[in-house]
Design a protein around this ligand. Structure first.
Ligand code: SF4
Length: 266
C-alpha cells in the first residue's frame, strides 16, 4: 500500500513531543484562506515550475510535488532517526494536507510505526468521517487537532467546509482518552476578535478534560505565500499582517485561564 506524500521533515520539533519525523500527506478537503501549504491541497502529484532569480535573470526549474511512498519506505526513513527519536522521547507525525484523506495508508503506516516502538501523532483538521477517524485511533498516541472557528457560517466562508463534522470528531477523540493538543491558528480578522476568543475559551473550558494536554496558538505567517504563484492558486491573504509577539503573549495569558498549558507555536 502506498501513500502520496509531498514533504518529509526530519528533526521536526513542532509537531508533537521530542524530535520527530513528520510526513506531509497530499490532499485536503478544506481550502483555508491562510493555508501555507498549497502543495498539500491537491490529491494528485503535480509538476510545478519554480522561478529563481539571480540579479535581473530568472531561471525556471520544474519540480515534482508529491510522490508515492510505501509503508516500508516510511519505516526505513524513521528507523534512520531512531536514536534521535528515542533520546528525545520523540516519534513520528503524519500531517498534511489532511492525512485522513488517505486513511487506509495512514492506518497502515501508523500501525507499522507503533509496532516498531515509535510514538505516533496525527495532525488533523478533523474533517473526515467518524468511521475513518475510528480506524486510526488505536494506532495514534497523540492528536494535534485544529479548531479554526466556532461559528459555522464563518468556518464555511473561511475554509470552504462546515465545522459540524469537525466538532463531532473532536467529541469522539475526547471520549477516546487519547492525548490531544488543540491547535488554534491565530488569523487576524478571521478568528481573533474578542467575541470569538471569549467563545473559544468558554468552549475549551466546557470540553476540558485530562487528555487535553495543551493548547497551541499558531500565529498566521505569510511564509507560504510565494508558493501560491508556483501552484497557480490565488493568494487571498495579501495585506494581512501576522499578529505581533506582544499580541501572541496576550492570547497565551488569555487561554491559560482555562488551566491548560498554552504554547505559542506547534
Ligand atoms: S486544513 Fe490545513 S492543509 Fe488544509 S487547507 Fe486548511 S491550512 Fe491548508
Amino acid at each position: 500500500m502506498k501513500g502520496l506524500i509531498f514533504s518529509v521533515k526530519r528533526y521536526s520539533i513542532h509537531d508533537g513531543p521530542g524530535i520527530r519525523v513528520t510526513f506531509f500527506l497530499k490532499g485536503c478537503p478544506l481550502s483555508c484562506r491562510w493555508c501555507h501549504n498549497p502543495e498539500g491541497l491537491s490529491s494528485e502529484p503535480e509538476v510545478v515550475t519554480r522561478t529563481d532569480r539571480v540579479g535581473d535573470m530568472e531561471f525556471y526549474q520544474n519540480e515534482q510535488a508529491g510522490r508515492y511512498y510505501s509503508v516500508g519506505e516510511i519505516l526505513e526513513i524513521v528507523e534512520k532517526e531512531r536514536i534521535f527519536i528515542q533520546q528525545s522521547d520523540g516519534g513520528v507525525t503524519f500531517s498534511g494536507g489532511e492525512p485522513l484523506m488517505q486513511t487506509p495508508f495512514l492506518a497502515e503506516a501508523l500501525k507499522a510505526c507503533m509496532s516498531h516502538g515509535f510514538h505516533t501523532a496525527v495532525d488533523t483538521s478533523g474533517y473526515c468521517t467518524a468511521d475513518n477517524l475510528r480506524k486510526i485511533i488505536p494506532f495514534t498516541g497523540l492528536f494535534l487537532f485544529d479548531i479554526k472557528h466556532l461559528d459555522n457560517e464563518v468556518h464555511l466562508q473561511q475554509t470552504s467546509v462546515s465545522n459540524s463534522l469537525i466538532l463531532g470528531n473532536l467529541r469522539i477523540l475526547l471520549d477516546s482518552g487519547k492525548d490531544i493538543i488543540l491547535r488554534i491558528p491565530v488569523i487576524p480578522g478571521m478568528n481573533d476578535d474578542p467575541g470569538h476568543l471569549s467563545r473559544l475559551k468558554e468552549f475549551i473550558n466546557k470540553i476540558r478534560q485530562d487528555n487535553v494536554k495543551r493548547i497551541s496558538l499558531l500565529p498566521y505567517h505569510a511564509i507560504g505565500s510565494s508558493k501560491y504563484k508556483r501552484f497557480k492558486i490565488h493568494y487571498r491573504m495579501n495585506g494581512i499582517q501576522p499578529p505581533s509577539p506582544q499580541r501572541m503573549r496576550e492570547l497565551k495569558d488569555f487561554f491559560a485561564e482555562t488551566g491548560i498549558e498554552v504554547k505559542i507555536g506547534g
